[in-house]
Write a protein that binds this ligand. Structure first.
Ligand SMILES: CC(C)(COP(=O)(O)OP(=O)(O)OC[C@H]1O[C@@H](n2cnc3c(N)ncnc32)[C@H](O)[C@@H]1OP(=O)(O)O)[C@@H](O)C(=O)NCCC(=O)NCCS
Length: 184
């Protein structure tokens, strides 16, 4: 593979924010301060896909760990403080964001004799790493906009199930947010 997947560090912030800005409308973006806080507070929960040629960040997956008892619709609000929510000993991995640089979208790669989407390959490999390094995890949860069909397809193809719909979700300008979950 021409790419490597590794833990993200604070020095990746420019690359991450560039992809974030190219991927989401301003109202849906999380701020740089929140990304920096998450990278500092939960460094081993954030992964990037990098080019082996020039080291450029081409995709990121951003996450934090929650205690099971702190899940509520309000918990999913954009720009909440990761420091207040993250509990390294918790059992629930919350994926706060995931995006691939636009110039690589739709790209297929060959890996271990199979051909598949780069985005799905990155997402599944990054999750595999997070699960291996956090044996206390029991489930994964994420929230997706009703219109983001490609992301939904990736999640369901990897065993996530839609468990709830938050109608008129404020951060999505009144559109629905779908909550997906995967038990480990
Ligand atoms: C989401 C994202 C990472 C997906 O990467 P991508 O390279 O564009 O995705 P792909 O083209 O590989 O498509 C993913 C899958 O969705 C399928 N798909 C494409 N259009 C679809 C549609 N309208 N409905 C359902 N499935 C669709 C593809 O066929 C592919 O499935 P396959 O691998 O089984 O063939 C990327 O589009 C992105 O960064 N988007 C902006 C940020 C975002 O939406 N992030 C998700 C946050 S929850």
């Amino acid at each position: 593979m021409e790419y490597l997947i590794r833990n993200a560090t604070l020095s990746d912030i420019e690359g991450i924010m560039t992809i974030e800005q190219l991927s989401f409308e301003p109202a849906i973006m999380e701020s740089r301060a929140v990304f920096e806080e998450r990278l500092s507070i939960a460094p081993d929960c954030n992964m990037v896909l990098c080019s082996k040629v020039d080291g450029a960040v081409e995709a990121y997956l951003s996450a934090e760990i929650w205690s099971k008892n702190c899940v509520s619709p309000e918990a999913f609000a954009l720009n909440h403080s990761p420091e207040k929510k993250h509990n390294p000993n918790g059992s629930l991995l919350y994926i706060s964001s995931f995006a691939l640089a636009p110039h690589l979208r739709g790209k297929k790669i060959s890996f271990e004799g199979k051909t598949g989407g780069l985005a799905k390959r990155f997402f599944s490999k990054a999750l595999e790493t997070l699960i291996t390094t956090h044996p206390n995890l029991k489930e994964i949860v994420l929230l997706v906009h009703q219109d983001w069909k490609k992301a939904q397809h990736i999640y369901t193809s990897l065993g996530f199930q839609q468990v709830k719909v938050l109608t008129s979700f404020e951060d999505f300008n009144g559109k629905s947010a779908l909550i997906y979950e995967k038990k480990l």
